[in-house]
Design a binder for this molecule. Structure first.
Ligand SMILES: [Zn+2]
Length: 259
């Protein structure tokens, strides 16, 4: 799906040579394009941010949705992260085994605070409070672990690029808001956040709070693989859920404007 031509860079305002932007990265099967909405220099920045995330903690989930990665294009193949460890009642540890082609896919979601523009806290960058690990596809971990005599399981810990992930979320929220409300009405600080001119991602990106403004529009990316809801009142909010059909996945809030 393609938007109408935006005619200006949504990050820096440049109106020179403009290119199309995949709002949710192509590497996450994003199929919504914001037409003529980014200058080359900002596109270089957003590509680098997305690359850091897609080749970082989202490599596994990309494999799980059957998206080609440099590791494998076979959904259910061995994921590119350490094995899931089963722990016996006696405390013995060893990898849980799964049927070929049905290896569980894990999603690591950094847990942020409520955006500082709401909480009034002072931030630099963004604070990652923890990382939630969820299974998004493959064989049932609990059943297989139990069958193999394990009392519990331990998920592998991997490094999560919280700051780049937050900037990617900021980009997604800003781009859908521009599609819905137009570039002229926004006055959003997020362009500078995405471009890393203001290391203030924690001001605008975080976990949702109760009481959003009234709902304005829902975007379902790639048939609902990812869902972005826009809310508009005195502020515009975007609530983003990646890998939405796995309905346990975490939601993120982007404050698009603070009027
Ligand atoms: Zn630009």
């Amino acid at each position: 799906m393609k938007s109408r031509a935006i005619g200006g860079c949504i990050y820096c305002g440049d109106t020179g040579e403009l290119i199309d932007e995949h709002v949710v990265p192509f590497g996450l099967k994003g199929d919504f394009i914001l037409t003529r909405s980014s200058c080359r220099s900002c596109a270089d920045v957003t590509s680098a941010v997305e690359r850091a995330v897609l080749q970082g903690h989202l490599v596994g989930p990309r494999l799980g949705i059957g998206y080609p990665t440099r590791h494998s294009s076979d959904p259910g193949a061995m994921p590119p992260y350490p094995p899931i460890i089963g722990v016996t009642a006696e405390g013995q540890r060893m990898p849980v085994s799964f049927p070929a082609g049905h290896h569980p896919t894990l999603l690591w979601s950094p847990q942020f605070e409520v955006p500082a523009s709401i909480s009034g806290k002072c931030v630099s960058g963004i604070v990652v409070n923890g990382v939630e690990v969820q299974q998004i596809s493959g064989a049932d971990i609990t059943i297989h672990a139990k069958d193999q005599g394990f009392a519990s399981v331990e998920f592998p810990q991997i490094a999560v690029r919280g700051y780049e992930f937050a900037r990617m979320l900021a980009k997604i929220g800003l781009a859908f808001a521009v599609d819905c409300f137009g570039i002229d009405h926004l006055g959003s600080p997020l362009g500078a956040t995405v471009r890393h001119e203001n290391p203030d991602a924690g001001m605008w990106v975080g976990q949702p709070t109760a009481c959003p403004p009234p709902i304005a529009r829902t975007y379902e990316v790639n048939g609902g693989l990812h869902v972005v809801k826009l809310y508009a009142g005195s502020e515009i909010w975007a609530i983003i859920r990646l890998f939405a059909p796995r309905n346990t996945t975490m939601e993120y809030l982007v404050i698009v404007t603070h009027r």
